[in-house]
Write a protein that binds this ligand. Structure first.
Ligand code: FPP
Length: 264
């Protein structure tokens, strides 16, 4: 295959493809349970779904894809499950980094690395360094990530930055500078957040960044996720009117009223 991912192999005409999609990949455990398998088998199948999602996002010309792989709360899971999740991540990085690079994907990892094993950190650093010039899909994996932690780190960074200054910044200055202290400082805010498995929660993911994101909750369990579900989520997103706090536009009101007249 060429240096770039094959583009436009999926018909996306008439759809508004979001620049940045973030995904809460949920349901690995239930997928395994339904098959009488250990939870770790669900995570293994979840890695395959992750591969499919990355490929599909690239083919659909999504600019940024951010995946919630391990939350700062996931350490509370049984030790064997945590160990297996970390092992799968290392396998993923070893197996995929070269292909991601070949496909012009840039990989970043966000989250607190201080609790990760040295060899995991080394694999992450190698993958980030190898792919840092790539301008295709911008893939971010959130690992030992928590939204509140991130906000606390950002506030801490900002406070330190003003420590030796003899004035207190006003709210507008704080808000405009805050983003540069977030782990996602190089990414645009997500346009679309997808959560699988039928749960309707944000679970401490990208709390600042999701202020104006559209949410699509899907009943599919993550290991069953594939490009058809990604397309379905983008179809739902394409039908949404994003207002960012503004009033409903006249055209949307006219459309709604035309629909009501038809159905009444
Ligand atoms: C949630 O399912 C999923 C996770 C906590 C881990 C997500 C990890 C993967 C998809 C695999 C590793 C990813 C990469 C990038 C290599 P759950 O276990 O909470 O499912 P449940 O709610 O059904 O129990």
């Amino acid at each position: 295959m060429s240096k770039k991912l094959k583009k436009n192999t999926i018909d996306m005409s008439d759809l508004h493809v979001p620049e940045h999609i973030a995904v809460i990949m949920d349901g690995n455990g239930r997928w395994a349970n339904a098959r009488g398998l250990p939870r770790t088998a669900g995570h293994k199948a979840g890695v395959e779904a992750t591969r499919r999602a990355v490929r599909a996002a690239g083919e659909m010309n999504v600019g940024y894809l951010t995946l919630f792989a391990f939350s700062s709360e996931n350490w509370k899971r049984p030790e064997t499950e945590v160990r297996e999740l970390m092992r799968l991540l290392r396998i993923y990085l070893r197996a995929e980094t070269a292909d991601l690079h070949k496909d012009n994907v840039r990989l970043r990892v966000i989250g607190d690395r201080t609790m990760l094993a040295k060899d995991t950190c080394a694999l992450i650093e190698q993958a980030e360094a190898l792919t840092e010039e790539n301008e295709g899909l911008q893939l971010t994996i959130a690992l030992n990530y928590g939204g509140r932690d991130e906000l606390a780190y950002a506030a801490h960074g900002l406070i330190k930055d003003y420590k030796d200054k003899d004035y207190c910044p006003d709210i507008e200055e704080v808000e405009s500078r805050f983003k540069s202290f977030l782990m996602t400082k190089n990414l645009p805010d997500p346009d679309l957040v997808i959560r699988t498995s039928g749960e309707h929660r944000i679970s401490n993911f990208l709390l600042w960044q999701c202020a104006y994101s559209e949410f699509v909750f899907m009943d599919v369990l993550w290991p069953d996720f594939d490009q058809s579900y990604l397309k379905q989520a983008i179809e739902e997103y394409s039908g949404r009117e994003r207002r960012f706090g503004r009033a409903v536009c006249k055209k949307a009101l006219e459309n709604a009223s035309a629909t009501n007249t038809k159905t009444n």
